[in-house]
Design a protein around this ligand. Structure first.
Ligand code: G6P
Length: 437
């Protein structure tokens, strides 16, 4: 009899699900999945049915014996799962649109994982993830939790520090996007590139980059001075670094660094985009409608290429390569969000960091970095403090801590503005913030 191998995906109705299915199909030989449970909430039922049927057609076309189940019952989905993946969005894209629009009124960047948007996404998401962790403890205590839900850094931090779940890994497509972007710049296969990643989610640096094991950092850094090359994800347009800045920084940046090192330009650009074509969530809402129309086509049995227009492109590759390596104790190196355990000297040991790690059956073993270069250390520590205090506010419902978290965020100009934004956003999102009522 085939050995059971069960994955439960929370937020299974997400438009990204075909990515994940493609990943499982591609790596089936190494990860012989028998049951995939896509679970969602009532509000996501229609999407779950549409994307779930597409998932079934994809599996059938691939000729694989994977049973795809669709359910609104989280307990049934979690029972005895070997891996649990999370890709949900509390309040759906409408909540993200508020995260992006409200701060702009106060002259502060509105973005889904940075500044006020990131904080409020965390405040809405963390209580739900804590609840899911309690279910995991009860229903599948040996499962690995692979979290893609944003803000992935703050969410992983909360799981590590406020739940009993130890087998958790936070995952993002930014590092794999950078690897692929660098491979493209150098016109070589992705597998020949390796990058030493260190930092935090959406605040990660490439401290060195190798082609066939030989450092090509200087060459790649030179290439990053071209505006075309400063962003490796679809949702952020890079503006191009000052050559003197990027040379002296001497590290590969991630697309989200644009918000910190080009704050003014990115704020202006975000405001302009919001006025002319809508915020990213508003654009994505339209894109999603089109995607779901495509997904409805009973003839469609592959991931449609239009999905790659989303910022999360390649996340299936990152996700399933991680799951496969844990399952097979591969001991290869992958960048993940995991407990620091001293790998980065300037960050608390019990905090989540995004760092190149050896992936074993017992989880990621982060590779020791030591101190981060002095030029990046301060910003990384500041964002980590923001994430820690944000996670604490989310779990405790402490309003003052929410204001504090936002005030210490480098994208916020003052404590007064922070308070004003917190107040308006608390009101706008109150349905999803019961811990503050
Ligand atoms: C990036 C990030 C993801 C984020 C996505 C948003 O790639 O790494 O964390 O979810 O973009 O993409 P979207 O198409 O929703 O704006």
């Amino acid at each position: 009899m085939t050995k059971k191998l069960k994955v439960a995906t929370i937020g299974g109705g997400s438009s990204y699900t075909p990515e994940l299915i493609e990943g499982f199909i591609k790596r089936y030989d190494e990860f012989p999945l028998t049951e995939l449970w896509l679970v969602d909430i009532e509000a996501g039922k229609e999407k779950l049915e549409i994307v779930g049927e597409l998932a079934k057609r994809m599996v059938k076309k691939a000729g694989l014996p994977i049973d795809v189940h669709l359910t609104l019952d989280r307990e049934v989905a979690l029972k005895d799962a070997d891996f649990v993946t999370t890709q949900f969005r509390v309040g759906l894209l409408e909540a993200r649109a508020k995260d992006e629009r409200i701060p702009l009124k106060y002259g502060v960047l509105g973005q889904e994982t940075n500044g006020p948007g990131g904080l409020f996404k965390g405040l809405r998401t963390i209580p739900v993830i804590v609840d899911i962790c309690r279910d995991i403890e009860r229903l599948c205590p040996d499962a690995w939790l692979i979290n893609f839900t944003n803000p992935a850094g703050m969410v992983t931090e909360a799981v590590l520090r406020y739940t009993n779940i130890k087998k958790v890994v936070g995952l993002c497509n930014v590092p794999i996007g950078i690897e692929m972007g660098v491979a493209k710049l150098l016109d070589v296969e992705h597998s020949r590139i390796r990058i030493d990643f260190a930092g935090l989610n959406h605040m990660v640096y490439g401290l060195d980059v190798y082609l066939d094991g030989v450092s090509v950092k200087d060459k790649v850094i030179e290439m990053l001075t071209d505006p075309e090359n400063t962003s490796f994800v679809k949702n952020i347009e890079g503006i191009g670094w000052e050559p003197s800045f990027i040379r002296a920084l001497n590290a590969l940046t991630c697309p989200y660094h644009n918000y910190y090192y080009k704050s003014q330009d990115m704020l202006e650009k975000t405001k302009k985009d919001a006025a002319e074509k809508g915020t990213r969530a508003e654009v994505v809402l339209k894109l999603e409608k089109e995607l779901f129309e495509l997904y409805k086509d009973p003839e469609l049995a592959i991931k449609p290429p239009q999905l790659e227009e989303r910022g999360g492109a390649y996340y299936s590759d990152a996700a399933v390569r991680l799951i496969t390596s844990i399952y097979n104790d591969k001991r290869d190196i992958q960048p993940v969000n995991t407990r620091n355990n001293g790998a980065i000297a300037s960050i608390p040991n019990d905090s989540a960091v995004e760092v190149s790690s050896i992936i074993t059956k017992d989880g990621p073993k982060p590779i020791t970095v030591g101190d981060l270069p002095v030029a990046v250390r301060g910003l990384v520590q500041q964002i980590k403090s923001f994430e820690r205090i944000g996670a604490e506010a989310a779990v405790t419902g402490d309003y003052d801590k929410a204001v504090l978290a936002l005030t210490i965020n480098p994208l916020t100009p003052s404590d007064t503005v922070a308070k004003q934004i917190v107040d308006e956003m608390m009101e706008a999102h109150k349905e999803h913030l019961p811990q503050f009522s």
